[in-house]
Design a protein around this ligand. Sequence first.
Ligand SMILES: [Zn+2]
Length: 131
Amino acid sequence: MTATIPLVDYLVLGDQPHLEAHECEACGARFFDRRNACAHCSGTTFRPAAIPTEGEVRAFTIVAFAAPGIDVPYVAAVVDCAGTSVRANLINVAPDPEHVHLGMKVRLATYPVGADSDGTEAIGFGFEPIS
Ligand SMILES: [Zn+2]
């Protein structure tokens, strides 16, 4: 079996891959990056919070130009997962305005990004349409 590691540390792999945020114990604000203090209330204690894997597209941009090696066009989006905003790319959808729209229902999907020389596979995530 191939070993896998998540591309970002807030992606939790396993039978049911999901995102995990740091939730401020004082005010409930959620952050995906590591913080010393809450940006909302300056609280300094956080607990892990599993983010629902289904959500709705709240904003998106079709990216037509990117650094060499990155396939374009692709869709960069903000997905609202039951109140938590997640920035991610939309995958498994044609990157054009006919197929992507605000309010579209999407779910978390993972995909292999590449393997290192030991064969450890990195896993990235995006959101795909719920059909
Ligand atoms: Zn807070």
